[in-house]
Design a protein around this ligand. Sequence first.
Ligand SMILES: Cc1cc2nc3c(=O)[nH]c(=O)nc-3n(C[C@H](O)[C@H](O)[C@H](O)COP(=O)(O)OP(=O)(O)OC[C@H]3O[C@@H](n4cnc5c(N)ncnc54)[C@H](O)[C@@H]3O)c2cc1C
Length: 311
Amino acid sequence: MPLTEQQAAEIEVARAQRTETARPTVPALEALLYKAIPVLDHGLVRVIDYMGDDAAIVQAARVSYGRGTRRVSEDSGLIRYLMRHRHSTPFEMCEIKYHVKLPIFVARQWIRHRTANVNEYSARYSILDREFYLPAPEHLAAQSSVNRQGRGDVLEGAEAAHVLDLLREDATRTYDHYAEMLNEDEAGAARDPSRQGLARELARMNLTLNTYTQWYWKIDLHNLFHFLSLRADAHAQYEIRAYADAMLDTVAAWVPVACQAFRDYRLGAVTLSAQMLAAVQRMLAGEAVEQGNSGLNRREWTELTAALGRG
Ligand SMILES: Cc1cc2nc3c(=O)[nH]c(=O)nc-3n(C[C@H](O)[C@H](O)[C@H](O)COP(=O)(O)OP(=O)(O)OC[C@H]3O[C@@H](n4cnc5c(N)ncnc54)[C@H](O)[C@@H]3O)c2cc1C
């Protein structure tokens, strides 16, 4: 678990506090609140706060004075209809705030999602921890020969051991230099009183991208689903997907009906182009459709046959 004893104790104190509220709460998410969900070797995701629930989506869609809910099946049907038809604004009425600890190279992909509010740990103000991401052996993959953005087979034996040594040595060496340039020990005292020490905002620049950073990240449910549709997807890099998968579990606890609709109509769904749909219609009519007569290029054809389980 990537927590110090003090951090774990602070979480327990926060979890023990109770506040009376007239606002709706979700028991399944309350059970997870503040708890650190481990991700990768030193990372974590924690839910810090949230607003709304499945009923809030319904309430907004019906612009109701009260909770706005009717029969469970009607509410569920409405949420699924909204998701199916990309009627997105009712989902924006729910918000969630996470605390995430993640390697800098993952943060760089993550920050491209512009619709969240972010506050990152300041390495101008504080000293970053000596923590680096080292992939587990099963995630130490070779470059894919067919996909320039993907991974191929897992590295094995001496090559895998050598790569792990390089990653560990480089990260350790640059962190040691960082500490030397700062000239500060963990308590903030000068290591060498004869030196001034370089400013924190400058000393950080040679740290490796597998160094862990942290941030608070707040987003509404519509945009969270967009993030998850891209990052909990098989095309996303494993490391960011590990975070997305952990967050998807928290969303399932928070808004189970909306989350299931998302899984059914977005995450597990396939979009067909007009030409793909025409090809499928011809197949269903009994025609022998091949790539050459399908109207699709080779890549589109591969994607279609894979989606249809014929690849
Ligand atoms: C598998 C994968 C590979 C990728 N490869 C690369 C790569 O090689 N290089 C690279 O640079 N990026 C890459 N990306 C990042 C990608 O291009 C997007 O920047 C990232 O996924 C964020 O998507 P988004 O802009 O839709 O999300 P968000 O920023 O969360 O935005 C959500 C939606 O809000 C709207 N929106 C937000 N801000 C604006 C705005 N300012 N103007 C107009 N509309 C806005 C858009 O409709 C957008 O889709 C990759 C992403 C994935 C998932």
